[in-house]
Design a protein around this ligand. Structure first.
Ligand SMILES: CC(C)(COP(=O)(O)OP(=O)(O)OC[C@H]1O[C@@H](n2cnc3c(N)ncnc32)[C@H](O)[C@@H]1OP(=O)(O)O)[C@@H](O)C(=O)NCCC(=O)NCCS
Length: 390
């Protein structure tokens, strides 16, 4: 028997483009995370900062301004007090999702009461794969296919495995992501999560307060004209893939005792989660077995789930997921507020955004009871987490 771990609140900075002229080109990664943590505490003033039991923070590139045992360094930088500990972790794209379930588990076993969990990735400062040194045995011993180490190639491989997931269906999915994101922005959905960030730029100091990546003018025609940078004649394009982005954010999780002591409002509870391994060269398929396993463990079917927030690393893996669960490409149940194709995907941060969006969906849809967050992960993994309205 475990105790409940409640989601209380979630905050993120606007997602920027990882480019020399992007929002955060001159901003440190750890400062993005500090801003999120300070905003979380400002929004929950009854929680004394030095009562936080732990800060769990993910980054894929664990070097430079993402490298100094993030959770602990963020606790100091955000002014939580030197008595607050923290740690860093990495599970690539599911970094923040792993932070969240680890934090929840500490609460579930009764070891901790208040935990901050999140992630950061400054892909401009830390380009994907640039700072790693994969063991040559991966390839010399044929442990993985050479294409497994480039995520765009794994998405092309998934097209090979699933010829029914055509380029046209992927572009349609990408367009829906852009349209839903634009609608969610107009309806203030992200206002509940996004806090403004002051940044330095060529033009001096300025405040950024909206996500930089969406392309609201996208059409099927503009998408269909794009070419694959990953394979000659391939199907994966800048339009139907997540982008290269900078971002950070996290959530406050609490035990029942902390909820009562500090008068907090629990928005949802973590019920269960799964991580699975799949073929590294088709890593995008991960959410399918992860979600199957999650539903199986809970004795639920897809009909019992009201909302799914799935990371859109690539449209092909999302459409393959929809097909597996007999859902149409435009299913209202999946990514009702759009996703990473439009918003961007700062790797280790994105799982926190998915949780925030499920919480907001519950808030805006009083009949919704259960939600799933799910993501694919490099080197062939999938993750899924089940959330329930309190
Ligand atoms: C696909 C990818 C290589 C594209 O990177 P990029 O070239 O820097 O992307 P850009 O934003 O400059 O877009 C490239 C072109 O597509 C166009 N484009 C992008 N999105 C578009 C859209 N929705 N509609 C129309 N055109 C679009 C851009 O205008 C640009 O055109 P230009 O070259 O004429 O200026 C990169 O986004 C990527 O690697 N994505 C996957 C990230 C990843 O692997 N994450 C981990 C998942 S596990």
């Amino acid at each position: 028997m475990t105790a409940d771990a409640f989601y209380i609140d979630g905050v993120r900075v606007p997602i920027g483009r990882a480019r020399p002229d992007g929002y955060y080109a001159k901003t440190r990664a750890d400062d993005l995370a500090v801003r999120s943590i300070r905003a979380l505490l400002e929004r929950n003033p009854s929680v004394p900062p030095d009562r936080i039991d732990d800060v769990v923070w993910a980054a894929t590139a664990q070097v430079g301004d993402q490298g100094l045992t993030l959770g602990r360094s963020l606790a100091i930088l955000a002014g939580l007090g030197k008595t607050v500990p923290g740690y860093a972790l990495d599970r690539m794209c599911a970094g923040a999702l792993t932070s969240i379930v680890n934090a929840a588990n500490a609460i579930r076993v009764g070891a901790q009461d208040l935990v901050l969990a999140g992630g950061v990735e400054h892909m401009g400062g830390h380009p994907m794969g640039a700072e790693v040194d994969p063991n040559p045995r991966f390839l010399s011993d044929k442990l993985v296919d050479p294409t497994a180490l480039v995520m765009g190639n794994t998405a092309e491989n998934l097209h090979d495995d699933h010829p029914e997931v055509t380029r046209e269906r992927c572009d349609e999915f990408a367009l829906i992501s852009q349209e839903r994101t634009a609608k969610a922005q107009a309806n203030g959905v992200f206002d509940t999560h996004v806090v403004p960030m002051t940044v330095f730029s060529e033009a001096g100091w300025r405040v950024v307060d909206t996500d930089e990546h969406p392309r609201p003018g996208t059409t099927l025609e503009s998408l269909s004209g794009l070419r694959s940078p990953f394979r000659t004649g391939g199907y994966v394009t800048a339009g139907n893939a997540a982008g290269l982005n900078d971002g950070a954010g996290g959530v406050l999780l609490a035990s029942k005792a902390a909820v009562e002591e500090y008068g907090l409002t629990p928005r949802m509870r973590l019920v269960d989660y799964t991580f699975v391994g799949v073929e590294p060269e088709t890593m995008g398929y991960g959410p399918v077995p992860a979600t199957d396993k999650l539903l199986d463990r809970a004795g639920l079917s897809m009909d019992d789930i009201d909302v799914i927030d799935m990371n859109e690393a690539f449209a092909v893996q999302c459409v393959a997921f929809l097909d597996h669960f007999d859902l149409p490409v435009g299913s209202d149940k999946v990514n009702p507020y759009g996703g990473a194709i439009a918003l961007g995907h700062p790797l280790a941060f994105s799982g926190a955004r998915l949780a925030m969006q499920v919480a907001t969906y519950f808030e805006r849809n009083p009949d919704a009871q259960r939600g799933i967050t799910t993501m694919c992960i490099g080197l062939g993994m999938g993750a899924a987490a089940l959330w329930e309205r309190v």
